[in-house]
Design a protein around this ligand. Structure first.
Ligand code: DX5
Ligand code: ZN
Length: 221
């Protein structure tokens, strides 16, 4: 798979103007909207739920919405987000009692499933699950907050996951989340990622298009 998707994380957007912020990043060339759901239980932060996802759909957002569930338990949120207009739904396997059941619930709800691997989470969660997945989301920071530093251990992990996906022969995307910036996006792509979440790098910049253009230019050579 060679096409690259840029996914601004709205965690770093101005929540008081969320619809406009989403319009602005999409107009600036973003492909999908990354939607971080935190429950102050699985991670030490509290964000937004299905009502906000539905509000963005009602506002007119048609781009794919990429829901990253950092909640425990997982299953109750799956149907609610599917009904609210989610396109992709990913979850952390440690937060689900029955990982295969949660993946299947996402598929049955009509969404594309992803598994999220934290920096210290081993790859064995991909055993017997990989072929059902639309994407594997590799966390390059510990989940819970935007604006953290990219962890260099992620490069080896990306290569390991890429190797496993290549061996499977399936078109499964690798999404990277945490500390992605203009100056590391190329190395991250070379290690195997093809979906790039970026929160603070985009929303803390004065010109969203300038950042996204620079990211694409880094990805194109
Ligand atoms: C962290 C979230 C990320 C976060 C990334 O738990 O999953 O999506 O918004 O933010 P940056 O790009 O600022 O590291
Ligand atoms: Zn995220």
């Amino acid at each position: 798979m060679s096409d690259f998707l840029i996914a601004p994380s709205i965690l770093s957007a101005d929540f008081a103007r969320l619809g406009e912020e989403v319009d602005a990043v999409l107009a600036a060339g973003a492909d999908i909207v990354h939607f971080d759901v935190m429950d102050n239980h699985y991670v030490p932060n509290l964000t937004i739920g299905p009502m906000v996802c539905k509000a963005l759909r009602d506002y007119g957002v048609t781009a794919p919405i990429d829901v990253h569930l950092m909640v425990e338990p997982v299953d109750d949120m799956i149907e609610k987000f599917a009904e609210a207009g989610a396109s992709y739904i990913s979850f952390h396997p440690e937060a689900s009692a029955h990982v295969d059941r949660s993946i299947q619930a996402i598929i049955d709800a009509g969404c594309q499933p992803g598994l999220v691997l934290n920096p210290a989470t081993p790859l064995h969660y991909l055993d017997y699950t990989l072929e059902k997945l639309h994407h594997v989301l590799i966390m390059s920071v510990n989940p819970g907050f935007g604006g953290q530093q990219f962890l260099d251990s992620t490069y080896d992990k990306l290569r390991d996951v890429k190797r496993r996906i290549d061996q499977s022969g399936k078109n499964i995307r690798i999404e990277i989340d945490g500390g992605v910036k203009v100056d590391n996006i190329r190395a991250v792509a070379e290690a195997g990622a093809d979906m790039f979440v970026a929160g603070s790098a985009i929303f803390n910049a004065p010109d969203y298009k300038a950042v996204i253009d620079k990211m694409r230019s880094e990805l194109s050579h």
